[in-house]
Design a protein around this ligand. Structure first.
Ligand code: CS2
Length: 466
């Protein structure tokens, strides 16, 4: 079977880039070429280019993996996004990614591009754990591998913040304006976190650079949403049928997508509104809504699924007892949210249940269960702290914490940057206070929870039941 390339004739039912790809030049460097980016920001950029053409092609950078970059080159940057639902499948070949580079093979090319005036935005999806963010200090985690390496050797970075700082340093030296840094990961106030980490790392090599970034730089916050499971052999087989060509980068996703962005860009941006992006002054209410209602429920379902042998999120939501649990969790989360402009929160919750139930989406509970130590703070722990401060019992959040601990005690093969500490805690047996070893892990739970005996008793009570 022929591989998908720019010269592949595509069937009429496939949505194709509606602009002159051959004349598209890069304007964005994106770090983190995973499934999420390809089904989200790249799709928005594809829509933006079709409505208002400009030099906003994406250079996709993978810091570690070379395979994906080689596949992208073999396919002229093209790949298929299959939106799946009970109503059927619809395929779109996305054309906004013009080039792929890998940190392992093309470091100098990436850095010189970042210092090229044509590049005006650097976006990123590298997952929570990649930033080297210390939730206790709010600054750089000085034990994080990439942070340590990039502080020691700033001109040959390995981590995402190291690349941003070296790219900005080169622009500063050349008298260019900075690029806008747009974080697209599921961190609360993601732009502010990345700004702080960038300025801290820049300051450690050159205080003048840090001052320049603080004064001239822009780090808009953004809330991103689309459920994109890891692709499988079935995904690729489906793409082959839909296209009549082989596509090693094809993805399954849901029809839904959402992007809420603060409109603060140094040197312009694509017309992402064309794909439905919403530009607002303050992203925080949207981000809290999504992190707590969607991602918080997701984590709960992932650990319930892992505990009870359920493979996919859709299997968990199909169990009436667990669906009811999700509903109750959402009701508790609602107490922590302010009104969100333009959003009906009751309809939003119903829509989430629908999305979790999508029969076309095979989202592994194992995948969502990954990296709990990096995800639960913003999804579960911070809302618990807020509720306790208001005099509430925050029992819903105690329940999810207990489900997570029960999962850690039962499943030995976990994927988490703090796996060693979590596994050691899970192996300790404390019959009268089973959650204690987890609360003793430094910086894992916020201090306000560690010190709250009543809340910890709720966690223990749930853990006993599980
Ligand atoms: C999920 C997210 O894996 C996870 O932790 O909760 O990837 C989720 O699917 C996306 O944030 C949806 O926008």
């Amino acid at each position: 079977m022929q591989r998908l390339t720019a010269s592949t004739p595509l069937p009429a039912h496939v949505i194709k880039p509606a602009y002159d790809r051959a004349s598209l030049k890069p304007g964005i460097v994106h770090i983190g070429l995973g499934a999420f980016h390809r089904a989200h920001q790249a799709v928005y950029t594809d829509a933006a280019l079709a409505e208002e053409f400009g030099n906003w092609g994406i250079v996709g950078v993978s810091l570690r993996s070379v395979d994906i970059v080689h596949d992208l080159r073999a396919q002229d940057g093209l790949y298929t996004v299959i939106a799946r639902s009970a109503a059927g499948d619809s395929a779109r070949v996305v054309g906004s990614v013009v080039q792929g580079l890998s940190g392992t093979e093309d470091q100098e090319e990436i850095l010189s591009l970042m210092a090229d005036p044509a590049i005006r935005i650097v976006t990123m999806t590298v997952t929570e754990k990649a930033y080297g963010y210390d939730p206790v200090s709010g600054g750089l985690d000085r034990n994080h591998q990439a942070v340590v390496a990039d502080l020691a050797n700033p001109t040959a970075p390995v981590g995402v913040i190291g690349y941003i700082v070296e790219g900005l340093a080169r622009r500063h030296a050349a008298g260019l304006p900075p690029f806008t840094v747009l974080c697209c990961d599921n961190l609360p106030t993601n732009g502010r976190i990345v700004r702080r980490l960038t300025i801290e790392m820049a300051g450690s090599r050159d205080p003048a650079l840090a001052t320049w970034i603080a004064g001239e730089g822009a780090f808009p916050c953004s809330m991103v949403d689309r459920i994109v499971p890891a692709a499988t052999e079935e995904t690729r087989a489906r793409a082959e049928k839909l296209l009549g060509a082989e596509d090693k980068l094809a993805l399954d996703t849901e029809p839904f997508l959402q992007w809420v962005i603060e409109d603060r860009f140094v040197s312009g941006r694509p017309k992402w509104e064309a794909g439905g992006a919403l530009f607002v002054g303050d992203v925080e209410p949207y981000e809290k809504m999504k992190l707590r209602l969607l991602n918080g429920s997701h984590s709960m379902m992932a650990y319930l699924g892992q505990l009870h042998g359920l493979t996919y999120i859709r299997d968990v939501i199909a169990v009436p007892e667990y669906r009811e649990r999700v509903r109750r969790h959402m009701a508790a989360v609602l107490e922590t949210l302010d009104p969100v402009p333009g959003i009906d929160l009751s309809a939003y919750q119903d829509e989430l249940i629908e999305r979790f139930s999508n029969p076309g989406i095979a989202h592994l509970t194992r995948q969502v269960a990954m990296d709990g130590s990096q995800k639960l703070p913003q999804r579960i722990m911070v809302p618990a702290v807020e509720e306790l401060a208001k005099g509430k019992d925050a029992s819903a959040f105690a329940y999810v914490s207990a489900v997570w601990m029960a999962y850690l005690m039962k499943i030995s093969d976990i994927n988490d940057p703090r796996a060693a500490e979590l596994k050691a805690a899970a192996a300790k047996s404390m019959p009268n206070d089973p959650s204690a070893p987890f609360f003793a892990i430094p910086g894992l739970f916020p201090q306000a929870l560690v010190e709250n005996r009543a809340w910890r008793a709720l966690v223990n009570a749930e853990l006993e039941k599980l």
